[in-house]
Design a protein around this ligand. Structure first.
Ligand SMILES: C[S@@+](CC[C@H](N)C(=O)[O-])C[C@H]1O[C@@H](n2cnc3c(N)ncnc32)[C@H](O)[C@@H]1O
Length: 244
């Protein structure tokens, strides 16, 4: 009799073989790094890198105690992430960004600041989201994600129903989910999915709530350099869990 071996893909991304890695859309490499940026990659980055572990309480990724952990997907040059980290020293900020030049920009700033509550993952944010425990994140940011304009590319957008299920799983009840985009098509796409999802409630009462930048939401690099239309600032609250 033939014994069939079933292979299951380890949930821990560090143990996942290369052939099981998901396709990451977008680029990793940008312009050549300066000598200073290369040096910071060698010296500072290893102290900040996070190795995602299945079900690990995300507060444990930080050397100093933190009360809560927030996650930013695609932090670009890290301007927003750093601002939040400095503004909320009791919160651990985890950022995921596969674009090496983005992290190089953030490292240049971190190299001159005394900030201990930042941890970085230089790869696909989905690796972190997959392994985070339920109810473990207090705030989630996805700011100006790649819009993938063509209809046939919409499946590449980060916001998909399955991803919203995952984000809802890791968010604590009452946690905030923030999304920004200057692409009206992506805003409509995200709103349609978020408003249909039982775990998210849109906090907006009127246009001023999405047309106006909230005071605790500093501009990102994309926003100051590449904006193609008026940005929408969307805030949702994760609903309380109902008994099964
Ligand atoms: C248009 S840029 C915006 C960057 C930044 N949020 C800003 O506003 O300046 C989108 C970023 O998302 C990153 N990104 C795309 N897919 C990602 C993923 N699966 N995980 C983490 N970051 C991702 C890209 O590398 C890119 O830097």
């Amino acid at each position: 009799m033939l014994l069939r071996m079933r292979y299951s893909v380890p949930a821990d991304p560090a143990r996942r073989p290369e052939r099981h890695r998901r396709h990451l859309f977008g680029r990793r490499k940008g312009p050549k790094l300066s000598a200073r940026q290369l040096q910071l990659r060698e010296t500072l980055l290893p102290q900040l890198l996070l190795n995602p572990r299945k079900d690990r309480d995300p507060r444990e990724y930080f050397a100093n105690p933190v009360d809560d952990v927030w996650l930013e997907v695609g932090y670009g040059g890290g301007e927003h992430l750093l601002w939040q980290a400095k503004e909320h020293p009791n919160v651990g900020m985890i950022g995921a960004e596969p674009y090496v030049s983005g992290t190089a920009k953030l490292l240049s700033k971190l190299g001159t600041e005394r900030v201990t509550n930042v941890r970085l993952y230089e790869d696909d944010a989905r690796d972190i989201i997959d392994v985070l425990p339920d109810d473990s994140i207090g705030r989630f940011f996805i700011l100006f994600p790649d819009p993938w304009h063509k209809t046939r590319h919409h499946k590449r957008r980060f916001i998909q129903n399955e991803m919203l299920d995952q984000i809802a799983r890791i968010l604590k009840p009452g946690a905030e989910f923030r999304f920004a985009s200057d692409d009206a098509g992506y805003v409509a796409f995200a709103l349609e999915r978020l408003m249909a999802h039982a775990a998210f409630i849109w906090t907006a009462l009127g246009p001023a709530d999405w047309n106006t930048r909230p005071a605790d939401w500093p501009p990102t690099r994309y926003e100051t350099k590449e904006l193609h239309g008026p940005p929408a600032f969307l805030r949702f609250v994760r609903t309380a869990r109902t008994a099964p």
